[in-house]
Design a protein around this ligand. Structure first.
Ligand code: NAD
Length: 497
């Protein structure tokens, strides 16, 4: 029985009146399991208005009380993370352990936001001038919009939501239409944690809902995560409408393997980072850059490891689940075909996989290409599937040049035992997040997450102190309590005394 997934506003489900819906599928079986409401501009206005009405009281709620909600939310999320992991696997397809892992990474941001009283502290200068004191505060923005992608239905909303709410804002979250249940689950959890109705809202839908957020007067900021073309559109449209914007886009992440590296470790990590979550991670490794004469050995080691991977339903004992939709599968198969046509060597063909599933699912097995050239579409495009490409170069310098020439700059990694080479790599590489013998260097919550170049539009990364800065605006207050004897007229610009 397909369920209907509504919006969430003023602390309850809200059906909206657009009459438009989208299918939600179980990627492991292909079955349609739900119908998600697609908001009209009027529906969006109602949800945004609910948030705007809840904002003043939440802004004026003491930090102590706000943090009591945050701590309670943290406890509930920790206790119930397996429950939401089931929902994620049923709509996204990733294996259950991976779904639980994404909730855990999101939980770290909730824990970071529990320190908001410290993070919001301003400065105070006593006696900046005679009997003049100066202090600074950071205040919430109002209604903030968060637009998230399908690949992390809990973690990405949690990169922003706890910080936004902790700082005193009201949130409207527009989750991906492909896996919206986690957002609705989260809404109920916030309510259970004691968050006042209207402070956290869910607006479901497609471009209509997104455009409403980007243009609505009451929405003060947009935090977007998704593909690069949409990130660019969101950045341009929302900034043109006077909003503060952070728009995180797509990626092509390289893993450089130097000749001195431990090749077994490098092969393990290439497989983990290339095929985990079927390659549907913005920090997935999609290009291995083999330096010098190690390439044949490295490719053999990666190939033998792919043969041990179990592809199947994420609720079974699988290492890798299906792709999110039938279209995503078709797209990936198109790239495999194009890779073959363009002359790359297909070492492992994921089209031949026999998944452990009941049939009808959107499976592609691990796929490995060798001798990939930088002009081939399997290299230039973000495939977002379980397809790993090996490029061969002769030197460290050539590897750095290749990565720096790529338009994306989200994550990268180097595998080596040479500290000097690793240090030079982290210094010279034009990428926002760098791993040294770490394939997926997602920063901890108290640092900030974000790429460079076409992987991020705007100047503020997600979470950490940059996140606190994004969701607040600074105010400086200059105070003078006059001594009665210091009155008098003086039209000159005040001089420090
Ligand atoms: P997507 O760009 O298709 O969708 C992201 C969001 O934008 C969704 O909520 C979707 O409903 C909305 N959207 C889609 N088309 C739109 C349009 N034409 N106008 C307005 N809104 C639109 O991305 P996706 O397929 O859900 O997610 C995968 C992409 O996200 C990949 O490119 C991946 O690299 C990227 N991603 C990046 C990061 C990062 O931190 N940089 C993290 C996760 C995912």
């Amino acid at each position: 029985m397909a369920t209907t997934l509504p919006h969430w506003a003023t602390g309850k489900e809200f059906s909206g009146s657009s009459g438009r819906f989208g299918d939600v599928t179980d990627p492991a079986t292909g079955a349609v399991t739900g119908q998600v409401a697609f908001a009209s501009a009027e529906d969006a206005d109602q949800v945004i208005t609910a948030a705007a009405e809840a904002f003043p009281a939440w802004r004026d709620t003491s930090l102590t009380k706000r943090m009591q909600v945050m701590f309670r939310f943290r406890e509930l999320l920790n206790e119930r993370k397996e429950e939401v992991a089931q929902l994620i696997t049923a709509e996204h397809g990733k294996v259950l352990s991976d779904a639980t892992g994404e909730v855990t990474r999101g939980l770290e941001v909730v824990e970071f936001a529990c320190g908001m009283p410290h993070l919001l502290k301003g400065g105070f200068t006593e006696g900046a001038s005679t009997r003049v004191d100066v202090h600074s505060v950071r205040q919430p923005l109002g209604v903030v919009g968060i637009i998230s992608p399908f690949n992390f239905p809990m973690m990405v909303p949690l990169w922003f939501t706890p910080i936004a709410i902790g700082a005193g804002n009201a949130v409207v979250l527009k989750p991906s239409e492909k896996d919206p249940s986690a957002a609705l689950w989260m809404a109920k959890l916030w309510q259970e944690a004691g968050l006042p109705d209207g402070v956290f809202n869910v607006l479901n839908g497609d471009k209509v809902a997104v455009d409403a957020l980007l243009t609505h007067d009451q929405v003060k900021s947009i935090s977007f995560v998704g593909s690069t073309p949409i990130a660019r559109y969101v950045y341009e449209t929302a900034t043109a409408n006077g909003k503060r914007v952070q728009a995180l886009g797509g990626a092509k992440n390289h893993m450089v393997v130097l000749p001195d590296a431990d090749l077994d470790l490098a092969a393990d990590q290439a497989v983990n980072a290339g095929y985990g979550s079927a390659g549907e991670r913005c920090m997935a490794i999609s290009a291995v850059v083999a330096v010098g004469d190690i390439a044949d050995t490295l490719v053999d080691k990666i190939k033998s490891r792919t043969e041990q991977l179990r592809t199947g339903d994420g609720r079974r004992e699988s290492d890798m689940g299906p792709l999110v939709t039938a279209q995503a599968k078709e797209r990936v198969l198109g790239y495999v075909e194009a890779g073959q046509q363009s002359g790359a060597t297909l070492v492992v063909d994921g089209r031949e996989v026999s998944p452990d599933a009941d049939g009808g699912g959107f499976f592609v097995g691990p796929t490995l290409f060798d001798h990939v050239g930088t002009e081939m579409s399997i290299y230039t495009d973000e495939i977002f599937g379980p397809v790993l490409s090996v490029l061969r170069v002769d030197s460290f310098e050539e590897a750095v040049e290749l990565i720096n020439a790529n338009p994306y700059g989200n994550g990268t990694a180097i595998f080596t035992n040479d500290g000097g080479a690793a240090r030079r790599f982290s210094n010279e590489i034009e990428v926002g997040m760098v791993g040294i013998n770490v394939p997926i260097p997602v920063p901890m919550a108290y640092y900030s997450f974000g790429g460079w170049k076409s992987s991020l539009f705007g100047d503020t990364h997600a979470h950490g102190t940059e996140g606190v800065h994004f969701f607040t605006r600074g105010k400086v207050i200059t105070t003078r309590w006059l001594d009665p004897s210091h009155g008098g007229i003086n039209l000159g610009f005040p001089q420090n005394e």
